[in-house]
Design a protein around this ligand. Structure first.
Ligand SMILES: [Zn+2]
Length: 73
């Protein structure tokens, strides 16, 4: 358990919490700390679109119940 909590703490350093907005079938996650970052997930078709100006430098997490997003590049 100690090892697991260390890993989690380390990953939290580069982890950004995104805000989510629903638009039609799409849920749009954007990051307050990364201007231009946007991940869209279509709730109906599971299609995903990503625009990440940081090229995956940070782990982005966000949730829009019941959807949970965790940087799946
Ligand atoms: Zn970010």
């Amino acid at each position: 358990m100690d090892e697991l909590s260390v890993v989690l703490n380390n990953s939290n350093v580069n982890q950004h919490e995104c805000v989510s907005v629903k638009s039609g079938d799409w849920v749009i996650f954007s990051c307050p700390q990364c201007p231009g970052y946007e991940r869209r997930i279509n709730m109906r078709t599971q299609e995903m679109q990503l625009h990440d100006p940081t090229s995956g430098k940070y782990t982005h997490v966000g949730r829009y119940s019941p959807l949970i997003m965790h940087s799946i590049n």
